[in-house]
Write a protein that binds this ligand. Structure first.
Ligand code: 5AD
Ligand code: SF4
Length: 472
């Protein structure tokens, strides 16, 4: 049994990152454990988690399990959880209630993984109050799932395997992608920024970049398999390569990925601190690097930015923002903003609104500060009442929505490229996809256009999406 430990998780050493190419192995028993059984997986949180679930799915599939989207049909249920905010926690515990009920009526195996599994308090609670959960696995332990599941079957006691470590890079983990047209590609794991509110550096270990040769090979294989788009994934992609022994950075990687000629290259998430001019030049130089950047602001107040440990000022952020707008034609920019951070005054909040007014973002994810146990901000005196926090969030959302709609309005009657990736969930006879600038469009189109990048004329515009029709 390995339980998580936040003090261990915080440690950073100069130890070399191990690149493991043969860690994933299955014995004969494990290959048939899932025979005639189905698995259901529920994923919470960021794209990193979505992609981890694609790895978990591939592992389960290697073990003989078939996938189901119906909870009640499953023999094995996996929760891949997120620890970033309290409401993610609440949702997970809500679903656990449903699963417990289900376990009265049928024999199921339940696994709890992801970022919440890296938290001491959560695992303590699982050991005390959720003894019926069969196994718990951390973000570093996915590769070992065949052993964990095998043990859970044979030992018939709760298996807990959560490493609190800096982490390695595992290159041979399989993947079963949700889309046939666009793919997530990890370029790095973990984070060393330690923003004071954020749990990620504790749950995902230190920053470890993958070697460029493995990334390029993965992209080339995706092209061979008909993929149109890759999104390069990392908590902090601009810092890519800083931990490698070779002289190679994010600008180099973006250029090499662009040169593979894949139709669309995206990347998330950017940190304003490491966004250098070279990278901006490369983005504007290559047509297949999409003009879309997610650039978290978090706060517009210099005092709060400092308390958050963000390492930039409002002025530096605005400077970078203007440069991106100037140098990358037609770029759309979205952001993340937290309100109600400890000590945030009305003045500080006004500074945030001021940046939103200046940047007129294409979109923003907005959050109320949520203290995460073990992080420095959770120990700061939280002197902003919930009423005030909610009020600020509402004001911020109104402003964000106004600019989102205004930006979308500019697309009316324009012709834009859209990668049609799936059936529209909202409208019959429509497909959905994203523009190069990451706008969601519902397009009246036959299913033969699935997986194609088509020119679409925008016929109507809303705050969150648009409608359009294909033009020749
Ligand atoms: N409270 C509220 N929001 C948070 N985020 C990260 N940690 C917290 C927290 N403790 C937000 C940040 C980040 C996004 C993914 O989630 O805005 O960019
Ligand atoms: Fe969290 Fe900051 Fe790292 Fe982003 S850069 S994952 S907010 S610590």
């Amino acid at each position: 049994m390995h339980t998580p430990n936040l003090v261990e998780a915080r440690k950073r050493t100069n130890n070399k990152v191990l690149i493991k190419t043969d860690d994933y192995k299955l014995n004969d028993n494990q290959k048939k454990l899932g025979k005639n059984k189905k698995y259901f997986i529920k994923t919470y949180g960021c794209q990193m988690n979505e992609h981890d679930s694609e790895n978990i799915s591939a592992i389960l599939s290697d073990m003989g399990y078939a996938k189901t989207d119906i909870l009640e049909e499953a023999d094995l249920i996996i929760l891949n959880t997120c620890a970033i905010r309290e409401n993610a926690h609440n949702k997970v515990f809500g679903l656990l209630g449903r699963i417990k009920h289900l376990s009265y009526t049928k024999n199921i195996m339940v696994g709890f993984g992801g970022c919440m599994a890296q938290e001491e308090v959560i695992v303590d609670e699982i050991m005390k109050k959720y003894k019926w959960i069969d196994f718990v696995f951390g973000t570093h332990n996915i590769v070992n799932l065949p052993n964990i599941i095998e043990k859970a079957y044979t030992n018939k006691k709760q298996e807990i395997e959560v490493f609190s470590c800096e982490g390695d890079v595992i290159e041979n983990i399989p993947v079963k992608r949700d889309s046939k047209y666009k793919a997530w590609v990890n370029i790095m794991y973990g984070c060393d920024k330690f923003c004071t509110y954020c749990i990620v550096p504790y749950t995902r270990g230190k920053q470890r970049s993958r070697l460029p040769k493995y990334i390029i090979k993965e992209v080339e294989d995706l092209i061979k398999n008909g993929y149109q788009e890759v999104t390069l994934l990392g908590q902090n992609v601009n810092a890519y390569g800083k931990d490698l022994d070779i002289d190679y950075n994010m600008a180099n990687l973006l250029e090499d990925v662009a040169k593979t000629k894949i139709n669309r290259v995206r990347f998330v998430t950017s940190h304003p601190w490491d966004f250098d001019d070279n990278m901006i030049d490369i983005i504007s130089k290559y047509d297949n690097i999409m003009p879309y950047i997610h650039l978290p602001l978090q706060s517009g107040s210099n005092k709060i930015l400092k308390l958050m440990g963000r390492r930039y000022t409002k002025e530096k952020y605005l400077n970078l923002f203007d440069k991106l707008k100037e140098k990358i034609p037609n770029v759309s920019i979205t952001t993340d903003i937290i309100v109600g951070f400890p000590n945030e005054t009305e003045e500080d909040f006004k500074d945030t609104l001021d940046v939103v007014d200046k940047c007129k973002y294409d979109g923003a994810f907005t959050f109320i500060f949520s203290p995460r146990i073990g992080t420095p901000a959770s120990k700061m005196q939280d002197d902003v009442s919930l009423d005030i926090k909610e009020n600020r969030l509402q004001k911020l959302n109104e402003l964000v929505n106004k600019y989102s709609k205004e930006n979308n309005d500019k697309y009316l009657n324009k012709i834009v490229p859209v990668l049609l990736e799936d059936y529209s969930s909202k409208k019959k006879d429509y497909l959905k996809g994203y523009t190069d600038t990451m706008k969601l469009v519902n397009v009246k189109a036959d299913s033969k256009y699935l997986g194609k990048i088509v020119n679409v004329k925008i016929t109507s515009v809303k705050t969150w999406s648009m409608d359009g029709e294909i033009v020749n």
